[in-house]
Design a binder for this molecule. Sequence first.
Ligand SMILES: CCCCCCCC(=O)SCCNC(=O)CCNC(=O)[C@H](O)C(C)(C)COP(=O)(O)OP(=O)(O)OC[C@H]1O[C@@H](n2cnc3c(N)ncnc32)[C@H](O)[C@@H]1OP(=O)(O)O
Length: 182
Amino acid sequence: MKSGFVVPTDLDPIERHPKAVGPGERMRMHNHMCYGCGEDSPNGLHLEIYAGEGFTIRASMEVEPHFEGGPGVLHGGILTTAFDDVMGMAPLLVGPSAVTVHLEVDFLRPIPVGSTLELSATLLGRQRRKLYTEGVAHIGDPDQPVAVAHAIFVSINAREHFAEHLDKSQISDEYKQRLSRP
Ligand SMILES: CCCCCCCC(=O)SCCNC(=O)CCNC(=O)[C@H](O)C(C)(C)COP(=O)(O)OP(=O)(O)OC[C@H]1O[C@@H](n2cnc3c(N)ncnc32)[C@H](O)[C@@H]1OP(=O)(O)O
């Protein structure tokens, strides 16, 4: 597998946050209108995302007919979106919210419509505010990945980061309340 992504060799060690979701438990939904994991997003992927052991995250996704890109196969952008969301949950195992600054995907094999895609993410370590993650997807045989992804997330202060955009949220009132709590 060829990947141009370079994971720094001097990443700082990470520790699971004492309040992080336990292994096997569903990750808390960060936004119920999120296109990736929000259960109320009208056209979203509705990913159910679970914490794994250590610094891992996992999710399954049914490859629905309307996710088609090439004939009979999953659209690459949909797969990338799924990776973004599943990998984006990994930083929550060690601390506060983080947003994607870099995401790249190696597409190894076509993913047929009708298959069940198993996605996993591992938080590799941090360097200051940057959190490095790796994602893997397979459709049955974990030893035969269909795609591999690498991403960098940067931790943010959610209140400040989203402040000027809250009015555009589909649930702006809820968010304004949530982010105004001390
Ligand atoms: C729980 C949530 C799950 C959600 C899953 C979905 C996740 C998403 O899709 S989030 C949406 C997409 N992402 C965004 O909108 C983020 C847009 N970017 C930004 O707002 C800003 O770049 C922001 C706030 C993240 C960082 O800006 P700022 O605070 O000024 O920090 P800045 O100094 O530029 O960067 C911090 C570090 O990241 C590095 N960095 C920034 N961008 C990149 C990049 N594209 N590639 C590599 N490194 C980068 C910087 O070099 C710096 O590293 P170092 O510590 O070595 O100096």
